[in-house]
Structures are given as structure tokens and as C-alpha cells.
Design a protein around this ligand. Structure first.
Ligand code: LLP
Length: 400
């Protein structure tokens, strides 16, 4: 049991708390599902990019999936070896490509023909050979929220099969490109196996047809996306996930690369916020708290559900909107949520906040971002200080 009450008093609120033991358990469960196969779990740093979180995964043998050079730097700084770092993303700048090649990371996931050209040119400038993988868009509906669906031609990600083929041939014939992998990622918070299997079959077929023309790729990169339980949804088990992938790649001698983000961190994270006021507008009950959309934007942005627990409170519950101090009607952590009557300084624990929580935070309304705490082996430690007003204005004050 994590002592939320005392953590809220010691570190103040709003506060993120991460259960490092739970993260480890998730990592090991997924790793175990691929046991006996060559596989790398490359933690998707975007889900939670705190350096101590990345370092924790590094200590478990994780690689890192990064989508900016900033994330690549974080991963390397936290101790992930360069040979387990990959760099994905639909719009990489020249300087990012240059640094990625110079850092000798495992590969760059290329997302367009134009980008392949840039990577080749930059590798030539550096007198180097860039290891690449190509992100294939298999045109599969992943059946998740449209904002986190990425594997349809309507989405900006990846390239069609035919374009991918052309690109592999070009890469194979280039002195400065070394095609080593193939990649797909059809979406996030996937709770159905079928679309993943279908996509894996399409991509594995492409890999076989490339092999027939002497282009042998080593890495089969299945992206991330494994869904978790926020409420009562049924989702995919790591075992079934692994079995589906293994079924699709039958006969291929590849290293599986998997980029889990949410699966590793979501349910290991908690967002603690204190009640400021109870308020009634007509029939409508509001619980005003000190955390807001700038701390945790998922409810506002995706209408996402996060379980909320009122610590050490009981009594009859009635429906309330849990809202923050930000000046937007869209600033809420929950709508019509059953809660007991609350008082000033009562602590609410927002569950499943370890993925895409802090990382999507902002300073909107000149609110400093929350502190972050790791909880491991019964001990808590600060892993990011609360932002101060001085931090917020540091890059402006000299121009005043
Ligand atoms: N690999 C690639 C290429 C990705 O685009 C993503 C996530 C992942 C791996 C990790 O996916 P995961 O295992 O976490 O599902 N902010 C949204 C989620 C955006 C996901 C973006 N890409 C949310 O809060 O639901």
C-alpha cells in the first residue's frame, strides 16, 4: 500500500507518484511473454519521460523508443545503451537526424520517401552509413480513439506497402543507408488483438517478399499500443499479444522489437490532488481541486476515464464534476463522478496516471508543473521538484 496521505503532506499537491515495483512487474511480464525469442523491449519514452523512470527501465535491460532528439538524449543520459535506442517520428529535423546518426543508435524509423532522402544525405555528409527501418502503414483500423489511431492511410504516419518496397530497394543500393528493420504501430490503447495480428501478417509478408529479393531485415518492430485497464474494459494479455505476433512471423528469423509505453507505466502512476472547495451551481455539484488540465490533460483531450479515490473518506456518494482552477470549461478530471461529501484539503487519488500524464503537462495559466515522486521497496523519493514561479519565467525575465 502506498501511503498517499503522507506523501501528499510531505511533498504537497498536485503530485505524481510512481510505483516503481509495479513498473518492474509490467516490464517483466511482457518480457516473459516473448521468452525464448530474440526480443528487445524499447520503452516508449513519451509515455513518461522522467529521467529516473527511464533509468529504472534501463536497469531492467530496456531499450528506448524516442520521438525527438530530446528523448534520445534523455534515454542515453539515463543509461540506455545506444544500441537499444531507436528514433521514430513523422517529422525529424536535419539536426536531429545528424545527432541520431552520430550517436550510433540502433536505427532511425523512417516515415516517408522524402525523409529517406534526408537521412541518406546527412549520412553521406557524416561519411557514415545510417541504420534504418521503415514505418509501414498497413491501413488497418485499430478500433481505438481516433486521436490515438495511427495505422490508417488517413493518418499521417508511415508509408504504404508499395512505397516501402521502393524505399527498401533504394536503401539497399545506397552506400549510406543500411536497412535493418521494419516497423508498424497502428495505434495506442489497443484492446482488441485482431487488428494487431492483421497488421503483423501484412508487414511480415512484406518482409518475406523483401527477403526474396535479397533484402534481409533483422528487426521486426511491432510498435507499442498494448491497452491497459482504466475502468472495466477487457484488454489484451501480454501472452496472447506475443502469441499473435509469433504466429504472424512464423518462419522468419528476426529480433522482435516492441515499444510499450502505456502498458509499462499507466497503472503504476497516481496523480494526487487536494480539494479546494465544494460548490453547487443549481443542481450541479462541483468539487474544485488544486490539480488541473495542465497537469493531466487526458480527461479534457480524449474524454478519458480515470478512476478517482477519495482518501480516508466515506459516506453517501453523489455525482460531481471534479474540476481544476484553469480558466476553461474543458478543465476537468472527471464528470458526473460519484464521490462522498468532501472538505478543504481532502486528498483525491486519480488512478492510472503514469502514462501521458506529467509528460503532456503544460504551464498554462502560469501554473508550475507538479513534483514527481518514486515509490520503491517501501521508500519514497523525489524524482522531480515542483516548478517554481522563477522556473516559469527564467527564459523571459532577461528581456523585460
Ligand atoms: N511507438 C510509437 C511509434 C508510438 O507512436 C507510440 C505512441 C508508442 C510506441 C507507445 O504507445 P503505447 O504503448 O503507449 O500505447 N497521449 C495519448 C497516447 C498517444 C500515443 C502516441 N504514440 C494518450 O494519452 O492516450
Amino acid at each position: 500500500m502506498i501511503p498517499f496521505q503522507s506523501l501528499a503532506q510531505t511533498y504537497g499537491t498536485p503530485l505524481y507518484v510512481y510505483d516503481f515495483d509495479a513498473m518492474k512487474e509490467q516490464f517483466e511480464t511482457l518480457k516473459e511473454a516473448f521468452r525464448g525469442r530474440k526480443s528487445i523491449l524499447a520503452y516508449a519514452v513519451k509515455a513518461n519521460s522522467n529521467l529516473s523512470v527511464i533509468k529504472h527501465f534501463a536497469s531492467l535491460g530496456s531499450g528506448a523508443d524516442c520521438v525527438s532528439i530530446g528523448e534520445v538524449r534523455r534515454a542515453l543520459m539515463a543509461g540506455i545503451p545506444a544500441y537499444k535506442v531507436i528514433f521514430s517520428g513523422v517529422g525529424k529535423r536535419d539536426d536531429e537526424i545528424r545527432e541520431a546518426i552520430a550517436s550510433d543508435i540502433l536505427y532511425i524509423n523512417v516515415e516517408s520517401e522524402a525523409e529517406l532522402g534526408r537521412v541518406e544525405m546527412i549520412a553521406q555528409e557524416l561519411n557514415s552509413k545510417a541504420r534504418i527501418s521503415i514505418r509501414v502503414n498497413p491501413n488497418i483500423d485499430p478500433k481505438t480513439h481516433p486521436y490515438i489511431s495511427t495505422g490508417l492511410h488517413d493518418n499521417k504516419f508511415g508509408v504504404e506497402i508499395n512505397a516501402a518496397k521502393r524505399m527498401y530497394i533504394r536503401a539497399k543500393n545506397s552506400e549510406h543507408l543500411d536497412p535493418v528493420g521494419i516497423h508498424f504501430h497502428i495505434g495506442s490503447q489497443l484492446t482488441q488483438l485482431e487488428p494487431i495480428y492483421e497488421a503483423a501478417v501484412i508487414v511480415a509478408d512484406l518482409m518475406r517478399s523483401l527477403s526474396a529479393i535479397d533484402i534481409d531485415l533483422k528487426f521486426f518492430d511491432i510498435g507499442g499500443g498494448l491497452g491497459v485497464r482504466y475502468n472495466d474494459e477487457t484488454t489484451i494479455t501480454p501472452y496472447d499479444y506475443a502469441q499473435a505476433i509469433l504466429g504472424a512471423i512464423k518462419g522468419l528469423d528476426v529480433t522482435i522489437l516492441c515499444e510499450p509505453g502505456r502498458f509499462l507505466t499507466a497503472n503504476a502512476g497516481y496523480f494526487l490532488t487536494k480539494v479546494l472547495y465544494e460548490k453547487q451551481n443549481g443542481q450541479k455539484r462541483f468539487v474544485v481541486v488544486d490539480g488541473a488540465m495542465n497537469d493531466l490533460i487526458r480527461p479534457s483531450l480524449y474524454n478519458a476515464y480515470h478512476r478517482i479515490e477519495a482518501l480516508d473518506k466515506s459516506g453517501e456518494e453523489s455525482l460531481a464534476d471534479v474540476v481544476g482552477p484553469v480558466c476553461e470549461s474543458g478543465d476537468f478530471l472527471a464528470k458526473e463522478y460519484p464521490l462522498p461529501m468532501l472538505e478543504h484539503n481532502d486528498v483525491l487519488v486519480v488512478h492510472s496516471a503514469g502514462a501521458y500524464g506529467f509528460g503532456m503537462g503544460s504551464n498554462y495559466n502560469t501554473r508550475g508543473r507538479s513534483a514527481e515522486v518514486a515509490y520503491e521497496d517501501g521508500q519514497a523519493r523525489l524524482i522531480r521538484s515542483r516548478e517554481s514561479f522563477d522556473d516559469l519565467i527564467a527564459l523571459e525575465r532577461e528581456y523585460l
